[in-house]
Design a protein around this ligand. Structure first.
Ligand code: FES
Length: 219
């Protein structure tokens, strides 16, 4: 996963087309922009590509996750009437687009300062050990890929990871293993705080607005 952006690698498929369901979503995404500004839909179209590839990949053996093949970028350029290189630039700039194959579950570990101060090193080490892979690698069964990312904006419940579209917060090496074990059996893991903390409230009792917290039944 996250192999160097290689437009000519042997994992690149020959062609790409949006399927019926995604064609509808593509049309809707383009229609959101004013006439003559349709190229602004490049980001939603890259995202839809990744989602279609993920859906198809999840049914394969070994499974794989969402990524954006070069053929899809070429197709998007054609649909939006823009130069191919402009689509390559967007896809290769933003970290949310995977420009090479990834596992069915892409584990993005935040290691920026707040997560690091709250123990992200231990989460990363435990995850590597549990999955038997290093950063930038994919498990042999195609289920998991691991990557390191910068702050994902959930510092209040650090340490955290993002797996596909979901955030898993208040992690310990133990509850992280439970999340991975559930996903390895394609079972839904508990999303959000793993300690039951509601939103970003203090990990102990509320320290302010206690009456309101009581009224809202969060204590
Ligand atoms: S530092 Fe990890 S979410 Fe912000």
């Amino acid at each position: 996963m996250k192999k160097p952006f290689d437009l000519h690698a042997d994992y690149q498929p020959e062609s790409f087309e949006f399927n019926k369901t995604f064609k509808k979503a593509v049309k809707e995404a383009i229609a959101r922009y004013p006439k003559g500004r349709q190229q602004s839909a490049v980001m939603p179209l890259l995202d839809l590509t990744q989602r279609q590839v993920a859906e198809e990949g999840a049914k394969q053996h070994p499974p794989y996750g969402g990524w954006v093949p070069r053929a899809a970028m070429d197709h998007i350029a054609e649909v939006l009437g823009m130069h191919k290189v402009k689509v390559y630039e967007v896809a290769s700039f933003y970290s949310m687009y995977n420009t090479a194959p990834v596992g069915k579950y892409l584990v993005q570990c935040c290691t920026t300062t707040p997560c690091w101060l709250r123990g992200s090193d231990k989460i990363v080490e435990a995850t590597k050990k549990h999955l038997g892979i290093g950063m930038g690698e994919t498990t042999d069964d195609g289920k998991f890929s691991l990557m390191e990312v910068e702050c994902l904006g959930a510092c209040v419940n650090a340490p955290m990871v993002q797996i596909n579209d979901d955030y898993y917060e208040d992690l310990t090496p133990q509850n992280m293993m439970e999340v991975l074990d559930n996903l390895s059996q394609d079972m839904q893991a508990t999303v959000g705080s793993q300690t039951g903390r509601r939103d970003s409230m203090p990990s102990s009792d509320p320290t302010t607005m206690k009456d309101r917290a009581k009224k809202a039944k969060v204590v």
